[in-house]
Design a protein around this ligand. Structure first.
Ligand SMILES: NC(=O)c1ccc[n+]([C@@H]2O[C@H](COP(=O)([O-])OP(=O)(O)OC[C@H]3O[C@@H](n4cnc5c(N)ncnc54)[C@H](OP(=O)(O)O)[C@@H]3O)[C@@H](O)[C@H]2O)c1
Length: 283
């Protein structure tokens, strides 16, 4: 089976490239300078040349604050790019898998979001990702949208690595304790994604199981690292965040569970990630 991956220089793209290579798929990873997803002609050429069975898009403009000021870039990469990919996947009869986010929801719900809940983001990042989903699904029926959340992977710019770095040179860290979601290890998302390749197209919510606040997430990281740094819980208001994030963006697993897919608890995934990071820094 041939798999083409766009955005392969990002943390999820790297993880998927490694995962599928280890599993004997023929993998064609494209980093941004090799394939810009806003260039429809290049996408067409790539699909004609490679004729993959699956096209997985992990490319995105993921800087939530920057999206607020760089609207054109946000919509071009997060909405028009997935549309071009879906159009060309349809033309070449390739199954299309597009990664999306919990941030398509506004976070006002008090229980886990299901796939049928109507997206209603308050941020440009969320709105642009939401439009990307809509356009991809409208362009090509054989599209699978995977919404995930609070992602971290090796070599990525993410919350876990930020907290680790802060802990190495700061006495005290303030972390928001009133926003809830589910941390997700790219490895666990990748394993579930592979299973979804064989499932019917549609929208799926895929995160590690359980949920926590950013404060609980940071506490778990520091406890595992046995760091001496003091961690102080603060409200979103006190923290003074620039772009309002959803207060609650836990995604329901009912649909993937019905499909026989189960992900481990976020703490187990986190411990494995931190252990691997420690092992690789020793070598
Ligand atoms: N990170 C999270 O917490 C999180 C949570 C939920 C969902 N997601 C979704 O999960 C997916 C993967 O996220 P990630 O964390 O792996 O993101 P990431 O590490 O920021 O990777 C995204 C990659 O896309 C590349 N890219 C940007 N514009 C591109 C373009 N026009 N053409 C081709 N590539 C382009 C980026 O390159 P440059 O860096 O060079 O621009 C980067 O290598 C995204 O769809 C994201 O929306 C992420």
């Amino acid at each position: 089976m041939k798999i083409a991956i766009t955005g392969a220089g990002g943390q999820l793209g790297k993880e998927l490239t490694q995962l599928f290579n280890n599993k004997d798929y023929e993998v064609f990873p494209f980093v941004k300078h090799q394939l810009d997803i806003t260039n429809q002609a290049k996408i067409k050429q790539m699909l004609v040349d490679i004729k993959p069975d699956f096209l997985i898009n992990t490319a995105a403009f993921t800087e939530v604050d920057q999206c607020e000021t760089e609207l054109e870039k946000a919509y071009l990469i997060n909405a028009i790019g997935p549309y071009y990919l879906a159009c060309e996947a349809k033309e070449n009869k390739v199954k299309f898998i597009h990664i999306s986010t919990d941030y398509v929801f506004n976070g006002d719900k008090a229980e886990p979001y299901i796939e049928d809940d109507v997206p209603n983001s308050k941020t440009i990042y969320g709105k642009s990702k939401q439009l990307g989903e809509t356009l991809a699904l409208a362009a090509y029926e054989n599209t699978t949208i995977i919404r995930t959340s609070w992602l971290y992977g090796h070599g990525g710019k993410n919350f876990v690595n930020t907290i680790k770095k802060l802990a190495s040179h700061t006495q005290e860290i303030r972390v928001v304790d009133d926003q809830y979601g589910c941390p997700t290890y790219t490895k666990d998302l990748g394993i579930a994604l592979e299973k979804l390749l064989k499932k019917p197209h549609g929208i799926y919510h895929v995160t590690n199981s359980g949920s926590c606040s950013w404060f609980e997430f940071a506490t778990e990281i520091l406890t595992f690292l046995k760091a001496q740094t003091t961690i102080i819980p603060v409200s979103t208001e006190e923290y003074g965040i620039k772009t309002p994030r959803p207060m609650y963006s836990v995604l329901s697993h009912k649909k993937i569970n019905i499909n026989g897919i189960f992900l481990r608890n976020w703490k187990e995934g986190l411990h494995e990630f931190l252990k691997k990071e420690a092992d690789s820094s020793e070598n």
